[in-house]
Design a protein around this ligand. Structure first.
Ligand code: PLP
Length: 285
C-alpha cells in the first residue's frame, strides 16, 4: 500500500508525521472521506466544499487547490490499484512546538492521504441483511458540523455498538431525539411512509451522502421531512437506514436489539441504496 504524506507518495508502513504535529497533539485538524467507484471519487464536489468549510472554520489554509487535490487523490487511488474503496484525506494545522494557541507565523498544514479497498460484494450482502444500531447519549461538543479528527466520543460509541453486535451507534440528545450516527446520518421511513432525517441546523455533520440522497429522493417525487425522530419513532417506523461515504445507504433492522418492523431491510431503503449508487457512479470524477 502507498500513502501520500506532505507531497510524497511513500510505502504505507513507512508513512509518518512528526510527533509535534498538532493533529496528533491537539486533534487540531480535519478530514474527508470519498467513496471510490471504478477508481473515481464519488460526490467529489460536495466533499471538497465541506473540506473547505471545515478548514475555514478552523482557520487552516486549504493546502492546495481543489484541482490539485483531485489529481493527488486520484493518483493515490491509482497507485494503490483500488477501483472500489475509500479515500481518506487528513489536513492538520501542521507541526509546531506544543502550545494550544496557533503557531505564529503559521506553519504549513500537514496533508495525509490513504486509500482502502472495499469488497463491494460483501458490502452489498451486508446491506441485504441489514444492520443493528445501539443508542448512546449525545456527549460531543457544539461544533459537530466541522469534520474534525477529534473522534473520541465517536470511537467510544462505535465500540459500544461493536460489543453489542451492532454496526452503528446513534447519539441521542437531551430531548430524546437521535442526532446522527457515530459515522453516518440517520433516517427512517415513518408509519405514513414519509422519509425523515434530522435537519442540519442541528449540531450534526452535514452529510454529503445525505445531501445527494435528498436530491435523489426529491427527483423521485418522494416526500421527505427534515425533522428529528426518537429511537421509539424508529422502532415504530416501517424502515430505517443510515447514510455516509462508508455505508452509502445501509438498511437498519434493529435498535438496541429490538427489531424495526419485521426485522429485515425495507424496500425504500434498498431502492434508495441502488439509486444512490447509480447516481454516485454516474457523477464520480
Ligand atoms: N455523521 C458523522 C458523524 C460522520 O462521521 C459521517 C461520515 O461519514 C457522516 C455523518 C456522513 O457524512 P458523509 O455522507 O459526508 O460521509
Amino acid at each position: 500500500r502507498i500513502a501520500y504524506v506532505n507531497g510524497r507518495f511513500v510505502p504505507h508502513g513507512q508513512a509518518s508525521v512528526h510527533i509535534e504535529d498538532r493533529g496528533y497533539q491537539l486533534g487540531d485538524g480535519v478530514y474527508e472521506v470519498w467513496a471510490i467507484f471504478s477508481g473515481k471519487l464519488a460526490d467529489a464536489e460536495g466533499h471538497f466544499a465541506r473540506l473547505e468549510r471545515s478548514l475555514s472554520e478552523l482557520r487552516i489554509a486549504m493546502p492546495m487547490s481543489r484541482r490539485a487535490l483531485t489529481l493527488v487523490l486520484r493518483e493515490a487511488v491509482r497507485r494503490n490499484r483500488v477501483t472500489e474503496g475509500l479515500a481518506y484525506l487528513q489536513v492538520t494545522r501542521g507541526v509546531a512546538k506544543r502550545d494550544h494557541a496557533f503557531p505564529n507565523p503559521p506553519v504549513p498544514p500537514s496533508v495525509v492521504i490513504t486509500v482502502n479497498r472495499t469488497d463491494r460484494a460483501a458490502a452489498d450482502a451486508r446491506a441485504a441483511a441489514g444492520v443493528g444500531v445501539v443508542t448512546t447519549p449525545e456527549n460531543r461538543w457544539g461544533r459537530c458540523d466541522i469534520k474534525t479528527v477529534n473522534l473520541l466520543p465517536n470511537a467510544l460509541a462505535k465500540q459500544k455498538a461493536r460489543e453489542a453486535g451492532a454496526v452503528e451507534a446513534w447519539f441521542v440528545d437531551d430531548l430524546g431525539f437521535v442526532t446522527e450516527g457515530a459515522s453516518s446520518n440517520a433516517w427512517i421511513v415513518d408509519r405514513d411512509g414519509r422519509l425523515r432525517t434530522r435537519d442540519t441546523n442541528a449540531n450534526i455533520l452535514r452529510g454529503v451522502t445525505r445531501n445527494t440522497l435528498l436530491e435523489v429522493i426529491r427527483g423521485e417525487g418522494l416526500d421527505v421531512d427534515e425533522r428529528p425522530f426518537t429511537p421509539d419513532d424508529a422502532l415504530a417506523a416501517r424502515e430505517a437506514f443510515i447514510t455516509g461515504a462508508g455505508s452509502l445507504v445501509l438498511p437498519v433492522v434493529s435498535v438496541d436489539g429490538k427489531p424495526i418492523a419485521n426485522g429485515v431491510p425495507g424496500p425504500v431503503a434498498m431502492r434508495l441504496r441502488r439509486l444512490y449508487i447509480d447516481r454516485a457512479k454516474e457523477t464520480a470524477i
